[in-house]
Every structure is written in structure tokens, then in C-alpha cells.
Design a protein around this ligand. Sequence first.
Ligand code: COA
Length: 674
Amino acid sequence: MPILNRDSFKDSASGDALPKLPLPSLSETLDRYLRCMKHLLTEQQFNKTQKIVKQFGAPGGVGELLQSKLAERREKKANWVYDYWLNDMYLNNRLALPVNSSPAMVFPQQNFKAPIDSLRFSAHLISGILEYKTFLDARALPLDYARGQLSGTPLCMEQYYRLFTSYRLPGPDRDTLVAQESSVMPEPEHIIVACKNQFFVLDVVINFRRLNERDLLTQLEKIAKMAGSEDEPVPPIGLLTSDGRTEWAEARSVLMRESTNRDSLDMIERCLCLVCLDEASGTEQSDTTRAAMMLHGGGPSMNGGNRWYDKPMQFIVGADGCCGVVCEHSPFEGIVLVQCTEYLLKYMIASPSKLVRAASVSELPAPRRLRWKCSPEIQKLLSSSADKLHRVVNNLDMNVHKFSDYGKEFIKKQKMSPDAYIQVALQLAYYRCHGRPVSTYESASTRRFQQGRVDNIRSATPEALAFVRAMTDRKFIPSDMEKMELLQCAINAQTKYTVLTITGMAIDNHLLGLREVAREMKIEKPEIFKDKAYLISNHFILSTSQVPTTVEMFCCYGPVVPNGYGACYNPQSDYIIFSVSSFHDSLQTCSAQFVKCLVQGLQDMMDLCKRCNCGPNPSEQRNNPAVEMQIQTETKDKTSQRTPDSTKSQQNTPEVLVKSPETTFVGPRIQEKR
Ligand code: COA
């Protein structure tokens, strides 16, 4: 049963009708930058930064020159920041894709009773993919409209059309996102099925006919048999794709010397997607273990070699029912991934498997096993990749928690934005763990504009800091009413920044544009981008993202800096799923502690709301602009009296100490942004 109705489609693919991403004014961005950073720097650092920023923005200065170049660029391009952003966020990044870059969606646990069940599931899933692909090929997905803040505006659809047509080619300095532009593929389409570290070409169109589910099962059974019958040990070539990007680029050029390898690489690079038939992991299944399995495959001794990380869509079907999809992130955002996977899961629920019998009636050629010529040099590279993946696996500290005390309905009843509320709770959690605020990234969609991707909501606002201090300060204990006012202020500030970001007026992409334009003009890097404050501002210790779903599944990803947390959340009506990640080898982080502080903070915030709403409801007062103005002014005064500056704040005693005292890490392993 098709879920999408072709008749209701609009041609939404081009996005031409959408406005161009605006270019914020230089002075607005520089003012906001200072405001975002003041409480994250020492007084001395801030004073220095203030001078540098002033000089950069001075009339007739370098800032104005760069701004005028960006304005010219905006005239010429559909989206002035797109290329800069893509390179900076993904393609320039040399870190390995698993955990560091590729997010995953974890499907509900499947109950496979026999090996054939996982193959049936895969055949059904592939049927759904092929059905979805027909809508993509017709460039005929229904137009998405924004929900939540500023709802109702149409959104750019381009990311969808990259789901099954792109490939991230590794390069020595920078990767390339290769896109197959044509909707009509020149040759018959195929999927690559990974099984026992081997790769098989599953043609999905044979003799001009798209394979049905029964045919697909027949082919998958052949693959499973072939994978088990190989006498010689098969090199786990897929491991190479889990290595650092430069290492993989080098290994790929070694592989390319052999025509057999060139042919195999070509087949993988041109496939629609991968379906990875994984071995049972043998570990106890929980949301946390399944999330980790999706992110890294359990390492070389498990399913780590049963992957090809350059391919955007890798569906994983574990023999133990651990299923999901891991994605190369550069072509699209999590929201698009969710739309696609929700379609597939709904398709599978709504159209029960059509398999009547196991064997296909038609004679189909056996799927082709891809061969590799593996020189001693490649063997060496493989063992080095395996060692590194092993370390990645051991280093991931994952913690998935379903917070069931309440969900977004309770928050809405407080007349607060659920997203802003959760962000403030994350700030509280970090502060409780570590006793200081840190640079925070929250991805916000800019799909209201042509070629829109994301920009950053800087959630570590001064207002959030005032609130989290009020909630954690043991010496000065404010009244509930005061805390509530601070919470309202923090949520208002967060909501305001959200609106700023989704309307294209945030600072991160703008600063990136100014920096990159200077680089293109080959002028000396302006001081503002060499300043330590800029490094700190881009060292996102908290990398957060809302990825909501309407079917049972959740998203997860790794931290983006060595001493950071990845915190993905999925707010539902009466619960919220948090996927928190960090690295074991950081002395500063601990995912379980973070989750503990998060839960405590969410409970404290609920109690506060309940206590305050028993009397006059502050959130109702907020709806009166006159009262709001008065409260904000009062809060500002109180905040400035009560809250010490950032230098002092860093001496606050954290309520929970994690591993060891904090130090700000700005080291060479920095991956600056998600
Ligand atoms: N009182 C009552 N309800 C409110 C409210 C208030 N003060 N403020 C918001 N709400 C409601 C909204 O109307 C919305 O209702 P709906 O669920 O019926 O649509 C709901 O609460 C959620 O709104 P909110 O919590 O404010 O968040 P949002 O949906 O606007 O999301 C972002 C904010 C930033 C997450 C979103 O704009 C975005 O950009 N999402 C993409 C993030 C992304 O790219 N993730 C993937 C990265 S890989």
C-alpha cells in the first residue's frame, strides 16, 4: 500500500520559489558574537576579543570589505554559504566517519526467530526503498512545510534527492560529494548487500523489470549462501572506509591500481545504498548497545568490516534483530533521513510482507560477489584501519535514556517551547556536571531558503547561565518565583535565537563566510579568526540536535570534540528519548553522569513549574507584554547583582564532579562542528 499519494504531489524539487538565504549585517553579527562569548571567556580574554572585533568591524576596515564580497557572492549564488559550509562541516574534516560524523537511526528491536526472518525483513525493506525511489525519480515528493516556530513556510526539498544518488569520495586533503544528477539512471540500478564482510551486487531491475519482494528474498538467500561458502578468507575491505579520510584516500589509490578493485569500487560507488546483513553481536540488547552497534558495527571482530561508510544510506539488519540505518551526513540532515526511514517503516507496517513462498518462480541470475586483489600493502593498511576502529569502539561512551516523567505536552502546557526548554535543561545538566557553561551547538534548519541546510543556535545564552546558576548555587538560594522568572528569560532568549537562526540571521555561518571569503581573496587571516575566543566559540563541547520521530525509533551520533558530548533528543508527547555520547578517554566527560544530571534537572524544572503554577502563573504573566518587560528588566538587574562574571563562575563548585577537574581543551584533534 503506497503511503504517498502521487496525485497530491507538487513539483517541489527545484526550490526556485524559495527566497535566498539572507546576509546578516556585519554589525549585528559582531554584536551577537560578543554577547554569545562574553560569559564563556575570562574577563581578560573578553576584553582582548572586544578590541579585535571592534577593529575588524571598524568603518572602512577589513570586515566591511569581506562583507561586500559576501554580498556579491549572494547575488551570484543560490545560497552564498552552501559550499563554504559543506566543506567546513564535512568535506574538509579528516576524522573517521563512524562515531565522529555519521549519525544513525535505531529501529525498534526486531524479533527474528530464524535466519530467514532477517532476510524476509531485508526483502521487505528493499521493496520499500524501491517504492520510495520511484517518488524520488519522479522528483515528486510532497513539499515539506515548517512546523513549530514560524510554521507553515515551504521548505527546500533538495536534500531528499541526494539520499540514494550521492557518494562521499575520499580525498587526500578534502573529500568530494559526488552527486548523480540524473533521475533516470543510465544503467540498471543495484544495491550492494554486505554479508560476512563481503559485498554483493543485487540488481534490482532485471530484464527491465523491478524485482518484487519474493525475487528479492530469493536473491538475498543466494547471497547469504554464497557469503558462507567462500573457502578462502575474504579481506574485510570495508574496514578501510572506517579509517581517517586521508588514510582511506591513500588506501583507495592503492586499491585502484588493480582493475579488479577498480571494478568493485565502481559498483559500490554507484549503488543506491547498502543493506548490511550483520551477524548477531552476542551482547545483551539495550537501546544503548543497539545505538553503539549502529554507529560503529562493534568493530573489526564483529560487523565493523561489513560496512562502506562513504555511502550515504547503509541499512543494517542484524541477525539478532538489531536494525537501523547509518548515514554519511554530508548530503542531508537528520530530518530528511527521518522522513525517509519513517516512510520505509510505515510502508513495512502498512503493507504486510507479500511473500507467499520463499522461492521466486522466475529464474534470476545469481548476484555477483565483488572481488578484491589485496596486496601486502593493502593487508597492512587493513590491519591499521582495524586497530583504529577497535579504538573507536572502545572509546565510545554511549548512554540512551528514555525520560518518562513527562514529554513535550507538559512543557507546552507551561506555554513554553519544548525545544527551548530541553536546551535549557541540557545547559543545566552540563553546568551541574562541570560547573561552567560551554560553547554549544544546536542545529537549526535553514531549509526555508534555497539550498538551505543548518545553522547554529548558540544555546549557552547568558540567560541560560543565570538560570542554571540559580538552580545550582548552594550559597544564594533564590525564591521559586525568581527561579521561574530566570527560566522564562532563558527560554525566551533561546526561542529568540531559534527564530533568528531559522530565518537565516544567526552568526556562525556568517562568520564562516567572512573567514572563507578572506581566504579566497588570499588576504592575511583577520585577527578575529586567529583569536582564542574564536577557537573556543567553535569548540562545541555540547553538540545537540532535536531529531523527532513519529514512529518508534531514535537517532544518535557521537561527540564532535574529544572532551565533548553528543546529545540528540527525540521529544514525544509524554516522554523524551536522549542519546548521549562522549569518549571514555576524556577525563572530563561521562555520559552516565551527564544523563543523571539531565534527569535531575528535568525533574527540578518540572517541580519548579508545578510549584509556581499553583499560585499566579508566571507563564500567563509572560503573555502580557507590559508584565514581561517589567520582569525582564528586574531579572536583568538581579542577574547583574547576583551572577558573578565568567572568571568567577568558573570557580563555582560543581554539584557533581566528573572524573577530574575541568580544563578547556583546544587541541589539535578538534573537529569544529557537527
Ligand atoms: N507554548 C505552547 N506551545 C509551544 C510554544 C509555547 N510557548 N512554543 C512552541 N510550542 C509548540 C509548537 O507550536 C510546536 O507544536 P507542534 O508540535 O504542534 O508543531 C511544538 O511546541 C514544538 O515547537 P518547539 O519546541 O518550539 O520547536 P520547533 O519544532 O520549532 O523546533 C528546531 C525547533 C530548532 C529544533 C527546529 O526549528 C529545527 O530547526 N529542526 C531541525 C533540526 C535539525 O536539523 N536536526 C537534525 C540535524 S542532523
